[in-house]
Design a binder for this molecule. Structure first.
Ligand SMILES: [Ca+2]
Length: 334
C-alpha cells in the first residue's frame, strides 16, 4: 500500500509544478534606467522572483534613448543573474540626456561583469524586440511593466505590420498582452502635481497617448507609493562585483544618501504577486492625463484602469524589497 501512495504524491507534486509554471506571469520589463537607481533595484527584484519560480522574464526594453549605456547595464544585471541571453531592445535615437552616476561604469566593465553588450547600438531596436517577444507568446499572456517614460510603449502601439508579425502594434498588443503595469503618475492627485515618468523630458505626450490608447487593463503604481519605501542600504554592504549593488553604491554615493525611494520596484512586485497584503486597488474611474503630462484620477467614466493604495506600513514592503534585491542569484549557487 505504501508504494502507490508515494507515487500518487509524486504525481500530484509534478502536476502542481506543471500547472504552477504554466500560470506564472510572463513579463516584458521596459525601463529608462539612467538618472535613478530604482530601475536597477526593480530589475533585481524581477530576477529574484524569477529565481523563486514566480515569474518568467521575457526580455527588457531600454526606452527613450536617454543614455547610450542603458542596454549594457541591463545586460550586466541579466548576466549576473544567469540570464545574459535575455533579449534586450533599445531606443536607438540619442535624445542627448546622458548623465548617469552608474551606467557607463557598469556597462563598459565587461571584464568584471562578464556581459557582452556595451551600448544600445549592440542590440536591436526597441520596437523590433517588443514585437518579437509578444509574437512568440500565447494569446492573452504577457504583462508589460513600464518603470520609465512611455516612449517605447507608444512606438510599439503605433508600429505597422512587419516581417515579425502581420498585425500592427495595437492588434498585436490586444492579442498577446493581458495587462500593463505602470509606475507613473500620482493618485488621486486632485492637487494636480506632476510626476517624472508622465511629465518630464518630453514624456508628456507619450504618457497621455499611452494611457488613452492602451487597449487592455492597466494598473498604476503612483509616486506616493514608492516614495515612502526606502531601500538600498543593504546593497551598500555588498561587493562591487554585484552590478545592482554597484549601481546603488555609485548613485547613493553621488547623492550622499544611504537609501533610495522604491518607485520602480513596486511595479514589478505588483506585476508578479498582485496586491498581496500590501495594497488595495481603486478600480472605478479612469486615469486622466492632460497635455502637460499631469495626471488625475477621475471617478467617471469607468475604464479598465486601476491604481494602488497603500495598505501596509512602507517599512514592511521595504523589508521585502530589500530582501529580494539582495537575494543571491540562483545561477551562482550562492
Ligand atoms: Ca525608472
Amino acid at each position: 500500500m505504501k508504494q502507490p501512495a508515494v507515487s500518487i504524491a509524486a504525481l500530484l507534486l509534478l502536476w502542481a509544478s506543471f500547472s504552477y509554471s504554466s500560470t506564472v506571469p510572463k513579463i516584458i520589463f521596459d525601463t529608462d534606467m539612467t538618472g535613478d537607481c530604482d530601475d536597477c533595484g526593480a530589475l533585481a527584484v524581477l530576477h529574484a522572483l524569477a529565481d523563486r519560480g514566480e515569474v518568467e522574464v521575457l526580455g527588457c526594453i531600454a526606452s527613450y534613448g536617454a543614455n547610450p549605456y542603458v542596454a549594457g547595464c541591463i545586460d550586466a544585471i541579466n548576466t549576473w543573474y544567469g540570464r545574459g541571453t535575455l533579449p534586450i531592445g533599445a531606443e536607438q535615437a540619442d535624445y542627448g540626456r546622458t548623465e548617469s552616476h552608474y551606467l557607463k561604469a557598469i556597462a563598459t566593465n565587461r571584464a568584471r561583469y562578464g556581459h557582452d553588450v556595451a551600448t544600445n547600438a549592440d542590440v536591436p531596436g526597441h520596437v523590433t524586440v517588443y514585437r518579437q517577444l509578444l509574437s512568440e507568446q500565447p494569446d492573452g499572456s504577457v504583462t508589460i511593466v513600464t518603470v520609465g517614460r512611455m516612449k517605447a510603449l507608444c512606438d510599439l502601439l503605433a508600429s505597422p505590420p512587419d516581417a515579425v508579425s502581420t498585425l500592427d502594434g495595437m492588434a498585436l498588443v490586444k492579442q498577446k498582452a493581458v495587462q500593463w503595469v505602470c509606475m507613473g503618475g500620482r493618485y488621486p492627485n486632485s492637487e494636480g502635481k506632476g510626476e517624472a515618468n508622465f511629465k518630464t523630458h518630453g514624456g508628456a505626450g507619450y504618457s497621455r497617448t499611452a494611457v488613452e490608447t492602451w487597449p487592455l487593463p492597466a494598473v498604476f503604481l503612483g509616486y506616493e507609493i514608492g516614495a515612502r519605501i526606502m531601500t538600498g542600504h543593504l546593497l551598500l554592504k555588498l561587493s562591487e562585483d554585484t552590478p545592482v549593488a554597484r549601481a546603488y553604491q555609485l548613485y547613493l554615493g553621488a547623492i550622499k544618501k544611504d537609501a533610495r525611494e522604491s518607485w520602480d520596484q513596486t511595479a514589478v512586485l505588483y506585476a508578479v504577486r498582485g496586491v498581496g497584503p500590501w495594497w488595495t486597488l481603486v478600480t472605478t474611474g479612469h486615469n486622466h492625463v492632460d497635455a502637460e503630462g499631469v495626471n488625475a484620477w477621475r471617478p467617471e467614466p469607468d475604464r479598465e484602469h486601476a491604481y494602488a493604495v497603500e495598505a501596509r506600513p512602507p517599512e514592511e514592503v521595504a523589508g521585502l524589497i530589500e530582501s529580494l534585491m539582495t537575494q543571491p542569484p540562483k545561477a551562482r549557487g550562492e
